[in-house]
Design a protein around this ligand. Structure first.
Ligand code: BES
Ligand code: ZN
Length: 631
């Protein structure tokens, strides 16, 4: 590697000191550090005059070293006068850069805790291809390398990626902005007895070589790049849907997701053809930090939705819905995140209504509304600006924007529009929106214009208060209400219990589903005491529940009231599950209840099992000094 000679324009930003990057190298080998500016997207160094179009990724996955070695060959498109192309990287050791086959010097920007580094490669405006050879680092935030013991089968290790929001750059040097799309192909070498899967065309069986080839001919943004390598097998559900899981979870998973085809059909019936070919799902080990991730053609899912009774499949409807909202029409920057998630929650509820009926989907909507009101009230105290739909995440971790606001305030905004114009007009509008804007990006402002041009009259626009929904804090007065008769019955029964001490009649409660129980638990008042909790636990077995949503909900009142019988379950749950949505409220409940010591003791045991995404959130919550804690 040669030291970069700086172009005149860049000299202005140069630091004039060659420092070692995050990967140790000898003085001579260190690339030059130069200041770089972010582009149209404040979370990417990519500039619009030189952009990627297509990726050929050639990689080897090494479980001993916990490292991926790869060459990323990018076909690029330049505008006249372009002198450089910029990529995003995070803790990557760049070994070699070729531009149209000729080795070229490169430079890096100083390390930024959120953005990582910009990679500057000088090119001419005639350049067609850039090829980058590199290795991933120990701090690759997208990657979780699991030891065999952390998997269901406990025989073989596992690797999975989580690229959203800006973590793809920690395993592929990429233009890591949701506004930049590219097609890809990949050749990935893994240990011979394991299967590799990507957000692309996928194998259904192992082969003898351990080399797998992939292609994704539809253009995607880099946050949808995904890889999973593990001891997984495939089971078909319908002609175009199926599930991958470790052997011991395969049948359970196929049972749980039996309605996959019905869901795809319902979605297509609403908003037009599914654009991605197959729709498969992989059940990951329990440390997966999210419920689900909408990687194209292959949703990544947490095993905590395997409830045994299909009661948590709305998560699948959600990830499937992203095949339109998000994957076809993509938020331009993370400030526009509500365009991905709000639309998806709306679409999710519509799929659930189509497949399971309105009574069911209104229970879900009711839980959504209660959660939103609680979260918004909390956020208004400390982070009021984050209660706007349009966020301002410049200089921050885009992960800060992952709250109920883009999801559920976004959902109710769309629901209000539906209620205002009527379902028929709204569905027609959404269908056209996906069709017209497919494989492209959308800013909040473009969406507002689109809304004015294609759906709302000026009068409707004003009566809804579109601008205040999007640009003002808090929840507007016209937040749609949800009424669920089934929940009303649960609330009545709970009132009777609280006032008279009579438990709900078995004839009633025997028929309650997961969602009714969630409503019951979430509605317990703060004054509930240990004796009452013990009585409810004895009657309904909440502590022993195998349903992750029920467990997480039950931890709230029980931890608050110091109901000690739940503690062992809290500990085992937190050690085995890494899904952040469950972790954060549970640790918070311990802190709020004055149980910081318990929280820290459990965290010390559980932290090594968590993905970096969950660790970063919990380190901040529990104020762990990262330097002294082993990852
Ligand atoms: N795309 C998100 C997950 C995500 C968002 C990852 C932002 C990283 C940054 C996914 O579709 C999602 O929303 N998952 C939810 C599912 C739920 C809303 C049904 C989750 O994981 O809880
Ligand atoms: Zn989502």
């Amino acid at each position: 590697m040669r030291i970069k000679s700086l172009s005149a324009g860049l000299l202005a930003f140069a630091l004039f000191s060659c420092q070692n990057t995050n990967t140790p190298k000898t003085e001579d080998e260190s690339p030059m550090l130069v200041e770089m500016k972010t582009g149209a997207d404040p979370h990417s160094y990519a500039q619009e005059n030189a952009v990627v179009k297509s990726l050929a990724w050639d990689a080897e996955v090494n479980f001993e070293q916990k490292q991926i070695s790869a060459t990323a060959t990018w076909d690029i498109e330049t505008k006249a006068g372009a002198e450089a192309i910029y990529f995003d990287i995070f803790d990557l050791a760049i070994e070699k850069v070729l531009v149209d086959g000729a080795e070229t010097d490169f430079s890096l920007s100083p390390f930024d805790e959120h953005l990582g580094q910009g990679l500057h490669i000088p090119i001419s405006d005639q350049a067609k291809q850039v090829s980058i050879t590199y290795k991933t680092g120990d701090n690759a935030r997208a990657l979780q390398w699991l030891d065999a013991e952390q998997t269901a089968g406990k025989q073989k290790p596992f690797l999975f990626t989580q690229s959203q929001a800006i973590l793809a750059r920690s395993w592929v040097p990429t233009q890591d902005s949701p506004g930049i799309r590219f097609t890809y192909s990949a050749k990935v070498k893994v240990p011979q007895d394991m299967l590799a899967l990507m957000s692309a065309s996928n194998p259904q069986e192992r082969n003898e070589t351990g080399v797998y080839e992939f292609s994704m001919p539809q253009a995607i943004p880099s946050y949808l790049l995904a890889l999973a390598v593990g001891d997984v097998y495939f089971e078909s559900i319908s002609e175009r849907t199926g599930v991958y899981a470790e052997a011991s979870l395969l049948d359970t998973s196929a049972y749980e997701f039996a309605d996959l085809e019905k869901m795809v059909q319902a979605a297509e019936g609403l908003y037009g053809p599914y654009a991605w070919g197959r729709y498969d799902l992989i059940v990951l080990p329990p440390s997966f930090p999210f419920g689900g991730m909408e990687n194209p053609r292959l949703t990544f899912a947490t095993p905590t939705i395997l409830a045994g009774d299909r009661s948590l499949v709305s998560l699948v409807a959600h990830e499937l819905a992203h095949s339109w909202s998000g994957n076809l029409v993509t938020n331009a920057t993370w400030d526009d995140f509500w365009l991905n998630e709000g639309f998806t929650v709306y679409f999710e509820h519509r799929i659930m209504e189509a497949v399971y009926g309105k009574e069911y989907s209104e229970m879900l909507a009711s839980l959504t509304r209660a959660g939103l009101e609680e979260d918004a009230a909390e956020m208004l105290k400390d982070i009021p600006n984050d209660t706007k739909l349009k966020l301002d995440l410049t200089g921050r971790n885009p992960d800060d924007g992952v709250t109920s606001i883009p999801y559920d305030k976004g959902y109710f905004f769309l629901r209000l529009m539906e209620e205002t114009v009527g379902r028929e007009r709204f569905d027609e509008f959404l269908k056209n929106y996906f069709q017209t804007n497919k494989f492209s990006v959308m800013t909040t402002e473009e969406f507002i214009d689109y809304l004015r041009a294609n759906l709302l009259s000026e009068e409707e626009f004003k009566s809804i208060g579109v601008k205040s929904w999007i640009y003002e804090i808090g929840l507007p007065d016209n937040l749609p209400t949800v009424s669920s008769n089934r929940f009303a019955t649960v609330s009545e029964a709970l009132d009777t219990y609280l006032n008279k001490g009579t438990l709900p009649a078995a004839s009633l409660s025997d028929k309650w589903t997961t969602h009714e129980w969630l409503h019951f638990i979430n509605s317990l008042p703060e004054t509930i005491n240990k004796e009452q909790l013990a009585e409810l636990d004895a009657a309904y077995g909440f502590t022993a529940s195998g349903n992750s949503e029920i467990s997480a909900a039950w931890f709230q009142p029980t931890i608050a009231a110091a109901y000690e019988a739940v503690y062992p379950k809290v500990e085992s749950f937190l050690i085995s599950v890494g899904r952040r949505k469950f972790l954060t409220p549970t640790y918070k409940a311990m802190l709020d209840a004055g149980q910081a010591e318990m929280a820290n003791n459990i965290y010390a045991k559980a932290r090594p099992n968590y993905h970096a995404v969950s660790r970063e959130t919990l380190d901040a919550l529990l104020e762990v000094d990262k330097k002294t804690t082993k990852s």
